[in-house]
Design a binder for this molecule. Structure first.
Ligand SMILES: NC(=O)c1ccc[n+]([C@@H]2O[C@H](COP(=O)([O-])OP(=O)(O)OC[C@H]3O[C@@H](n4cnc5c(N)ncnc54)[C@H](O)[C@@H]3O)[C@@H](O)[C@H]2O)c1
Length: 324
């Protein structure tokens, strides 16, 4: 198959690209390197079935050109990371909505010619906002904070993408699967935009304190990128999933403080924990989500989903890849 991966130089996109090439597909990547890195594709850069275009996807001619002859699209390009969103809310909104709109318009045009191109849309657990339920399922309400807090623009912009994609399914019968990723971690994830595990591991390696925001009692579930990519591929290979939304990730919560302690225990027992307020880490307008746990029932009913990495395996893998 000929497959388009947007955001293929990014963290998840580069792992996905490797898997698609290994399976014998031809892959075209579009990535403007806004947060992605060339070196993420080092392992496959000379692969004869890979074409990489370093360009902004927010360009109708480019989108038209790269969608020609493709059989499937994995749309991962987006502005990601709470620090980036707090610093650049205009870019976040623009990057997360306009390219998705262009892609869907182009795929709809192709669909009307009688050809079906399957699409995976990468969404996020952020669309649940601060829903107070302890475990979130795909039909739960989206509960965003005030528009004066830029953080919610990320989840709201991804929610618009979901609405657009579902409208294409409803009105035109297009084959689209939406995956809401919960905290995905693993080799190549950058710590530059607020991602917690790479920040902790880099600090522990350097013998510096691990900076825990607020009281550290926020709970998250961490899934290894290999398990997440396997789930994405499996969903796309299962036609009954088309038109539906799936939570994707791990469902075993751990507090950020506990996570810091696990990193210290595994990577460098001499490191310590320090606490930082949200206003010191981001700004006075920052608002966080206390607990984020997915209900994976729908995913497990749809595909054979058996994550292989424990949290300690994940920490060791990220540590190993950071010092490599
Ligand atoms: N990592 C996570 O835990 C997580 C959680 C929830 C959702 N997601 C979603 O998964 C997807 C991939 O995230 P990631 O963690 O790999 O982040 P990432 O920043 O590593 O990857 C995003 C990639 O998209 C590229 N990009 C951004 N805007 C672009 C544009 N206009 N044109 C071309 N390329 C563009 C960036 O350069 C980058 O390579 C995103 O859609 C994100 O919203 C990730």
């Amino acid at each position: 198959m000929h497959i388009l991966v947007t955001g293929g130089n990014g963290f998840i996109g580069s792992h996905l690209t490797e898997r698609l090439l290994e399976a014998g597909n031809q892959v075209t990547i579009v990535d403007d390197l806004s947060t992605g890195q060339r070196k993420n594709l080092n392992r496959v850069e000379n692969h004869p079935s890979l074409r990489v275009l370093h360009a902004d996807l927010g360009n109708p001619e480019l989108v038209h050109e790269v969608c020609k002859d493709v059989d499937a699209v994995y749309h991962l390009a987006a502005a990601v990371g709470v620090a980036l969103i707090a610093q650049q809310p205009i870019q976040t909104i623009h990057r997360n909505i306009y390219p998705t709109q262009l892609l869907l318009e182009e795929l709809r045009r192709i669909h009307l010619t009688g050809k079906q191109v399957t699409m995976f849309l990468a969404s996020t657990s952020e669309v649940y906002g601060k829903n107070p339920k302890s475990i979130w399922n795909e039909n739960d309400d989206l509960v965003f904070g005030a528009t004066t807090k830029p953080r919610w623009s990320y989840g709201a912009s991804k929610a618009i993408d979901e609405f657009l994609a579902l409208a294409c399914v409803r009105e035109c019968g297009m084959n689209i699967v939406i995956g809401r990723f919960f905290n995905v971690v693993g080799p190549r994830q950058s710590g530059a935009y607020g991602m917690v595990l790479p920040r902790f591991i880099q600090a522990a390696i350097a013998g510096k304190p691990l900076m825990v925001h607020d009281d550290g009692k926020q709970e998250r579930c961490f899934a290894h990128v290999s398990d997440v990519v396997a789930a994405v591929l499996s969903l796309m290979n299962t036609p009954r999933t088309y038109g539906r939304i799936y939570n994707i990730g791990a469902d075993q919560p751990i507090s950020i403080l506990e996570m810091a302690k696990r990193v210290i225990q595994i990577v460098n027992p001499k490191s310590t924990v320090e606490f930082q307020s949200y206003s010191q880490a981001y700004d006075d307008d920052f608002e966080d989500i206390r607990r984020r746990v997915p209900d994976l029932t729908r995913l497990k009913q749809a595909i054979d989903y058996n994550p292989t990495f424990s949290l300690d395996d994940i920490i060791r893998d990220v540590w190993r890849s950071t010092i490599e």
